[in-house]
Design a protein. Sequence first.
Length: 497
Amino acid sequence: MTVDEIRERLEAMSTEEVRENYETGAGIRTSSNLTAILDRYRDLAGREAIAEVEARRGGTGDSNEGRRLRHLHEALILNLEGYRLRELNDRLNQLEATLTVKVNGETLPYRELQGRTHAAQDRDRRRAYHRAWLAATAGSLLPLHRERIRLARQVATDLGHPDYVEFVARSSGIDLDRLRDRVVPILERTAEPQRELMTEALRRTTNIELDDAESHDASAILRGAAFDHRFPAGGEAPLARELVERGLGLDLTAGGRIRLDLEPRPNKSPRAFCAPVRVPDEIYLVTKPSGGLQDYSAFFHELGHALHFAHTDPAHPVEYRRFGDNSVTEGFAVLMDGILRERAWAERHLGNDLERYLEHAALRDLWMYRRYAAKLDYELEFWRAPESAIESAAKRYVAHLGAAALIPVDGERYLADIDLHFYAARYLRAWLFAALLRSRLRADFGEAWFGSRRAGRFLRELWSYGQKYDAEELARELGADGLGAEPLIDEVEALVR
């Protein structure tokens, strides 16, 4: 297979995969054919395709061609990992979809337990749902998660890497240790503000003290139920239209390229998602509106992805439209859902709930930043430890994540909480990039930048690059030396003043 044939087949496979995910996630179909799709393109999961791209990379002096081949190489690595794990992932998904758990005499689907936990006002009921979910995770699902880890390690060693960390760092181009060192100051400088915010939120929401809190209590304070009346069901799309069209001066559907799937099908995913079937021409933004702050935040996050993909230059090669550094599209998603936590936006929509809402926004953001900084640290240590040390990793998970959360975390999740290929790093880089971009938008267009048509034109130009440039390169495009933590740390400190 030539490199051009690899490119063509990768794009065809990606289109089929994303369409399959869209149709099953949107409840249009109940069965998935992902394994069959991967089997049809098994030639893309072989060493030969990777070797062909590696050979071409070694012989090119063209910087643009080199960038394309780097993106293509990573896409093949990710595809090979996904292919090797395809049967296991099918078993995991099937088990999660069919597993039922008995709680207080009621038999419930496993996948419903987290939602029940988040929604439960009564603490005893919330604890019961959460413990049942943990028991099923540690019992029925843990062996499959252990096998997932084993197979991922095997992929790394089969490709000649000493460990999974080096495998991901080489294929992604991300210096994971350097990233960890960049975000460690977030943990160091936010512990006390986080403690104060959590203490107040727990007292107000659950009437308990921080020292008495359990892991499930976090869901009660992070959900923001007190503000749900400000975010009614079905209001997500009209609010998005107001922001994107009246504010930024852009078309919410990008000339019909973004299709809003709002139909309430029975088997539709309860959480919004974006499915870029053909970039930039066929992008689905799928939601099953239920109302509430979390629902709106998820919708706007996926809207950021949709706007990015739909405005990608159609003349770009597939590597820039489809692949590249996902920190970039995650950064645009973070930027859009962050609008709902901007003071300038909240002042117009939250009325007398304003200050409490902004406190909640600060708590939610700090929680996420701290959790993912600790998660990256834990995962680096986990993957570098020998496979024989896997059983002791639960204690390290509890120590790392518990120190960041300031309340106990559940050791039962020590394997299930690991995202392969260090996707936690993509989120951290996305937050760093989004903070830098937000700083630039505020400086150029004002605190209410989301109401500026000039800001809309500026974003449309950035979106047009697709994922040609990685987050580090875009940071330099925005005038920074690189993807530093200072803008995010400045934001964090402003939140808690």
